[in-house]
Design a protein around this ligand. Structure first.
Ligand SMILES: Nc1ncnc2c1ncn2[C@@H]1O[C@H](COP(=O)(O)OP(=O)(O)O)[C@@H](O)[C@H]1O
Ligand SMILES: [Mg+2]
Length: 712
């Protein structure tokens, strides 16, 4: 047997003495998960009496809810009206059903007293009682029909909203886990938050209508029956009580959860390694299947069964523990038994009323049953109205998430014609640390240099010396931690972001291809001319990608990654191997109908040529407005001839624009540079022209000699 280390399920302490807010943070460990709750904000942690706060929350969110309702009405008024009508009918029907059941009760009562049954009344009542069921069926049908249509329209509308909210976020903000949490709460729930919210509000109202109508009908029927009111009260106490209980579970507050268990983390990594199709090549070629399985088993064994909880399971476990130990939930169990007890006691007191009491108990039970069903389903949809309101508010508020890189106000450039002859750049004592990086680990430290308009600057240095970081700062993907960057003599932070970026063409080292067609991938380099096929062709030629593209079966229309995948049926469990009902499985026929599904695989160099083409697309033509070209190791995956060709084309294309180039190679390009920045240890170690730096006989000269001799 493997030795298992069991984790304590709950380990609740107020800890972290080094934390100034220590008293406010509660730490709970469940399985491999550590939860941290900020008790200052833990308003709804198992405290149902904080109704005032929930009410306040609801009030704050109310304007957003009314906005959502207005949106729905404007999107699909007739369908929405139908939905509401149908809902109203379904919520009134149970009361009608009880009414006719009550009529039956009178029939029974009369039958007991007079020993005769009025058949016409009986059939009349029965007919309407059945009609109630039929009408409910049709109302449900209409309700579902309308719901699907409203949902579709709402999804279209809010998908747009969510897209807009996402697209405006800058890199540091988007990388912030708390921002991601906020976005995910709205987006990752595949359902459509706004519609689910509104629907649950409607169904709450419908539940209330149902409750009120049922109760009033019940009172009407039972008012002459001794004990019945008492029975009804007692029977309704339980569902109302559990509604109240459920609406106050632990959800809200400010909390964070993390997993520090290295075995659990590795297990997830190993699983992803097996699942993801982009690891499969290396998984097989590397012959590491056995290793992966062994590591998986060993890690699983060390965690033990008790620790192996997913985040959601752990969260649930925590709620359940708090729930189980609460005296309130015990009370709930007792309440459920009350009606029986009361009925028995009264029956013993006055045996004569038993038949009638029994019939009314049945009706009451029917009412409670009809009432509990929708109530429970309503609860599982959304736990409570205040949460529903809050999630609708969140949906609207993601559009207000503040970016960390603030937009400037000055239009740029002041003189559009001047941009063609380049933009000047100055870094003055610039230091930068990536967000979330602790301590002293600066990516660049105290960097100063000046590039005049129209110059060619080459940044050389080893991996990790900060070359890419400098280019990212020039694009204001991030702002410096210290120091200032000047563009044409102006603080970069004061310039309008969109203007600044319009003047810069950049090819990042870790470029990506978009899940769009090759044509669009190149065309998007210059959004204004994205559908100009001639320009796209020209860019592909300059980027050296035209031969590759024309060699593809679908040419410019090829998708490198298809954003929508095809689906194939699975083989039902129980069928061994590739057979279905004993016949062997053959997908070729359906596959042919589905069409081309083959993934196109390009080499690194080919991919790079596509990326370079996109950059060329942006800088083509004199009307491009680009005055600064940034290339981050654009030739890293190219062979020497392709590299040479690329440089030649770049030189021609550049004209008199400023160009900054980064490279870990020391060669022809550095020789023609107006300025070389030789980087090491996160700073600029040497700067000057090739001749100057070689004369200095420093690090640059040494590296140049080394690499030049390798090619000699
Ligand atoms: N997104 C990031 N988050 C944290 N650190 C980063 C990030 N990108 C780069 N770094 C770190 O910043 C330093 C400089 O990186 P980079 O500018 O990419 O170097 P180079 O381009 O010269 O290879 C490196 O130590 C790297 O680990
Ligand atoms: Mg780099």
């Amino acid at each position: 047997m493997s030795h298992k280390r069991n984790f304590p399920l709950v380990e609740s302490t107020i800890d972290e003495p080094f934390n100034p807010d220590a008293d406010y943070v509660r730490h709970t460990r469940i399985g491999v998960w550590d939860f941290y709750e900020d008790l200052r904000h833990a308003s709804s942690v198992g405290k149902s009496w904080k109704i005032v706060e929930r009410f306040e929350e609801t009030l704050v969110s109310l304007p957003y809810v009314t906005r959502t309702i207005r949106t729905i009405l404007s999107l699909s008024f007739p369908v929405m009206a139908l939905y509401c009508m149908a809902t109203l009918v379904t919520s009134l029907m149970p009361a009608a059903a009880i009414h006719y059941s009550g009529q039956l009760l009178f029939v029974v009562q009369e039958a007991i007293e007079s020993r005769t049954v009025d058949k016409s009344v009986l059939f009349h009542v029965l007919f309407y009682r059945i009609m109630c069921t039929v009408v409910t069926r049709f109302a449900n049908l209409a309700q579902n029909w309308a719901a699907i249509r409203i949902a579709a329209r709402m999804r279209t509308h809010y998908t747009e909203h969510i897209l807009l909210a996402h697209i405006r976020l800058d890199l540091p903000t988007y990388g912030d886990p708390s921002v991601r949490g906020q976005l995910n709460s709205v987006v990752s729930s595949r359902s459509n938050v706004a519609w689910v919210g509104i629907r649950s509000i409607i169904s709450t109202i419908s539940t209330i209508i149902q409750l009120v109508s049922q109760v009033s009908v019940l009172i009407n029927i039972l008012k002459d029956q001794p004990d019945s009111i008492l029975l009804a009260l007692v029977s309704f106490a339980d569902p109302i009580w559990s509604w109240f209980r459920r609406s106050s579970q632990w959800r809200g507050g400010v909390w964070a959860a993390t997993c520090r268990n290295i075995d659990y983390i590795r297990i997830q990594g190993l699983k992803a390694l097996v699942d993801g199709d982009h690891y499969r090549k290396e998984l097989i070629a590397g012959n590491i299947e056995e290793y992966v399985v062994n590591q998986f088993m060993a890690a699983q064994g060390r965690i033990g069964e008790d620790g192996d909880l997913s985040f959601h399971e752990a969260q649930q476990e925590m709620h359940q523990r708090r729930e189980t130990f609460s005296p309130l939930s015990f009370l709930h169990n007792v309440l459920g038994e009350l009606p029986q007890v009361v009925f028995t006691l009264r029956a013993v007191q006055s045996p004569r009323s038993i038949p009638v009491s029994l019939t009314s108990l049945t009706i009451i039970r029917q009412a409670v049953g009809a009432f509990t069903g929708p109530l429970i389903s309503l609860l599982s949809q959304t736990a409570s109205i205040s949460d529903t309101f809050a999630s609708i508010r969140q949906l609207y508020e993601i559009i207000n998430i503040e970016n960390q890189v603030k937009d400037g106000t000055k239009p740029f450039p002041e003189n559009a014609a001047k941009v063609k002859s380049g933009i000047s750049i100055e870094f003055r004592n610039v230091s930068f640390k990536y967000p979330g990086v602790e301590g002293d680990r600066y990516a660049i430290k105290d960097v100063s240099f000046k590039i005049d308009a129209g110059q060619l600057c080459v940044i050389v240095g080893f991996n990790g010396s900060g070359k890419s970081t400098i280019l990212k700062l020039l694009n204001r993907l991030y702002d410096p931690t210290d120091g200032t960057i000047f563009i044409d003599g102006q603080d970069i932070k004061t310039l309008k972001l969109a203007d600044l970026r319009r003047c810069i063409s950049v090819l990042f080292q870790d470029y990506t291809h978009f899940p769009l067609s090759i044509k669009e991938n190149i065309g998007i380099g210059d959004p204004l001319h994205a559908d100009d096929e001639d320009r796209i062709r020209q860019a592909a030629e300059l980027g050296g990608a035209i031969d590759i593209i024309e060699g593809l079966p679908e040419g410019f229309d090829t998708f490198l990654q298809r954003p929508v995948r095809d689906y194939y049926s699975g083989i039902p469990a129980g069928n061994r191997g590739q057979s279905l009902f004993g016949r062997s499985v053959d997908f070729t026929k359906v596959k042919r109908r589905v069409g081309k599904t083959q993934q196109i695989e390009l080499s690194g160099g080919q991919m790079q040529k596509l990326a370079v083409s996109r950059t060329f697309m942006r800088s083509l033509g004199d009307d491009s407005g680009v005055g600064l070209l940034l290339f981050d190791e654009p030739s890293a995956s190219l062979d020497p001839t392709a590299e040479h060709d690329l440089f030649e084309r770049l030189r021609k294309l550049r004209g008199s624009k400023t160009m900054v180039f980064s490279s870990h190679r020391f060669g022809q390009l550095t020789k023609s540079a107006d300025l070389i920045l030789y980087m090491g240890s996160s700073t600029v170690l040497e700067q000057g022209t090739h001749t100057e730096l070689v004369k200095q006989e420093g690090g640059y000269a040494k590296m140049y000699d080394l690499q030049a001799s390798a090619f000699r």
